[in-house]
Design a protein around this ligand. Sequence first.
Ligand SMILES: Nc1ncnc2c1ncn2[C@@H]1O[C@H](COP(=O)(O)OP(=O)(O)OP(=O)(O)O)[C@@H](O)[C@H]1O
Ligand SMILES: [Mg+2]
Length: 506
Amino acid sequence: MPTRVYSCALIGLDGVIVEVEVDRGRSPGGMVIVGLPDASVQESRERVSSALRNSGFSMPRPRLTVNLAPAAVRKAGPVYDLPIALGVLMATGQLAPDLLDDALVVGELALDGRVRHVRGALPIAAAARAHGFRRLFLPAEDAPQAALIPDLEVYPVPTLADLVAHLQGLRPLQPHPPVDLSELPPPRGQVDMADIKGQEHAKRALEIAAAGGHNLLMVGPPGAGKTLLARALAGILPRMTVEEALDVTRIYSVADKLPPDTPLITWRPFRAPHHTISHAGLVGGGNWPQPGEISLAHRGVLFLDELPEFSPRVLEVLRQPMEDKVVTISRAQGSVTYPANFMLVAAMNPCPCGHYGDPVHACTCSPSAIHRYRRRISGPLLDRIDLHVEVPRVDYEKLGDHRRGEPSAVIQERVEAARARQRRRFQGTPLTSNADMGPREIEAYCRLDVAGEHLMQQAARQMGLTARGYHRVLKVARTIADLEGSEAIQAHHLAEALQYRTRWEV
Ligand SMILES: Nc1ncnc2c1ncn2[C@@H]1O[C@H](COP(=O)(O)OP(=O)(O)OP(=O)(O)O)[C@@H](O)[C@H]1O
Ligand SMILES: [Mg+2]
């Protein structure tokens, strides 16, 4: 009779249950692994044999057939080492065959029998619970992550021998205590808004962006503080809900990018990839498609500093995920979809020399050079940016001023309150913020009064507002009203929103 141990494969962000069957033949012949394993799984044979021998077990001579089922699911990586080793022990009579029927087992084996880290512990634990498993055995360092999933006994396994002793009732392992997922901590930025002098207009734009989840572009001369402002944004973002935190953590778990000792990502991500980033690095890719920066920025901020330096081809691929909030990566073996609902924050100079429009420094660029420079940012991309803000140089007097501005924590509370209104508004829908609104929701939630209608008509005439520009202004005005705690959009909300429309109307 073949023996069976349950394990788990990762397809995108989902765990898929895999049965590891081991059958003992009569003739000698070593171990064969079948069931769509890739090269990395084939290497399990050597690791499992060594780990068994070095843990004091015997590696039998007869042929062992290891089948990973279902065969239709591609298996990759070393996660099956530990379940294969247990299957071999059962098939060869060194361990009773029925000790693991309610358990899921994952882990890479070192040659001396230690159990090594695997990626994706969180989705693996979620799959275990969803399929009714009671226990999960996994590498000790991955247990804190798995313990985020309730109603599952999570056992950290230091070595193969420890797990066998536990199963035999000789030396019980202690399950990891369940993690209490109550309130998450408030956000923190690398820079506090209070330390940035002046720039009230830009700070206000950042507050609106954070409150409504709006994309934002900052344009200004070198040294004006654009990068500084973006870094301060992280500290005024709304807290994540526990569900959002689990969502984000799942992506980091699969990408194997969780910082050490951080089982749960509790702050909204702030990703600032360099402009030399590749297409695959940004949207995701690889043989086994891994999440890219846009997915690592899910529920947080993707900051593209020096926007025109990014290759136009790389920027163009942002358009689809910015619309759909997900990205699908297709490969011969099938396609995977990763979430990518991020806030885009970009910064750039107004022209190649950086001083266009600066009252102090003369710009040395020719009009055609400025045109070429700006054309690197395509119309459709600009069109997805709700807030366009100019960040001028700060005067010396202001920089020398020692009075502190408003601290991030105070701004963050206003942002939080505005988000709470939006959560109530969009309850029961997939929308999380005003920026997510489509034409239908704009119609429903962005009604204008007579004064507002009048102002909009005037603006449309004078500023040549396009239909898309019109919707953008309404969404921003909705957020400004939410920041003020007003259910109605009033004329002064609209008037402020109109200031943030893009200067290069597309
Ligand atoms: N408003 C400000 N308050 C305090 N310090 C500032 C301010 N603006 C700029 N600085 C100082 O100037 C430095 C440069 O600012 P920053 O890097 O943000 O400029 P930038 O606008 O991103 O410029 P570039 O276009 O060259 O990237 C900051 O590290 C900070 O020390
Ligand atoms: Mg900068």
